[in-house]
Design a protein around this ligand. Sequence first.
Ligand SMILES: Nc1nc2c(ncn2[C@@H]2O[C@H](COP(=O)(O)OP(=O)(O)O)[C@@H](O)[C@H]2O)c(=O)[nH]1
Ligand SMILES: [Mg+2]
Length: 266
Amino acid sequence: MPPSSGPSGTSPQPGETEPTGYAADAADAADAAPPRASRPVVAVIPAKDEADRIGATIDAVRGLAVVSRVVVVDDGSTDSTSERAADHGATVVRHEVNRGKAAAMATGADAAVDLVGRGRDHLLLFVDADLEASAAALVALVGPVESGEADMTIAVLPPQRRAGGGHGFVVRLARGGIERLTGWVPTQPLSGMRCLSRAAYVAGQPLAPGWGVEVGLTVDVLRAGLRIVEVPCDLHHRVTGSDWRGQVHRAAQYRDVARALVRRGR
Ligand SMILES: Nc1nc2c(ncn2[C@@H]2O[C@H](COP(=O)(O)OP(=O)(O)O)[C@@H](O)[C@H]2O)c(=O)[nH]1
Ligand SMILES: [Mg+2]
């Protein structure tokens, strides 16, 4: 089990998402700790311009018997992501204007509360939209949280079929920052595929904005004294290249990860 320190502060920082009704509602539910076996799993897929891949990803996740509902949050896409997602049977919530990955995850988590019924405990399974059929491997994330072995599981991906454009410096920033803040050294600190108990999600409020969300969650969950387990999953996604688009993506990731770390005291 990774080491952990005391509870983190939960007051909203400038630029961070405000705690939602979910957080207030969930605090009671976490205390009550109903029987684990009955908790539904809601998959939340944040998506921006993923019309080409979202259908296959949804099909794979809906094919998992353990998943009760699939919510796609279309974060201001300019393509037909919303329509495709609805065609494939997902509940779709749309941000008319792009608000970033963390905001989309928060919207999806709020929608999950409405879907399962307010006050009913459940697990959240965050899924990137570009995994296509390989998303079926995410089933491995649910068991350890369902059983109570972990409060949050994180998928560890195998080497990808195509080499990336090298965002090793963002990974190193994230890994080193998490280690300094918590003592734990994550294998893939930026991995977005995670299954969370409600208590873990609440511990992460307010979510660190944008691409800082994964690092923020890891630090906050550990600081709340909760357990994280990394699980190898045979996942394959679109690898960010070294073209200008890839460089912009990496620069934004670096900025958001650095902010998440600074706000947590690095
Ligand atoms: N909400 C939201 N999600 C995004 C945005 N950009 C990308 N995503 C989604 O975030 C996930 C990861 O993005 P991706 O481009 O694959 O990043 P990478 O895996 O780090 O290379 C995918 O599900 C994307 O659809 C955005 O601006 N807002
Ligand atoms: Mg990806």
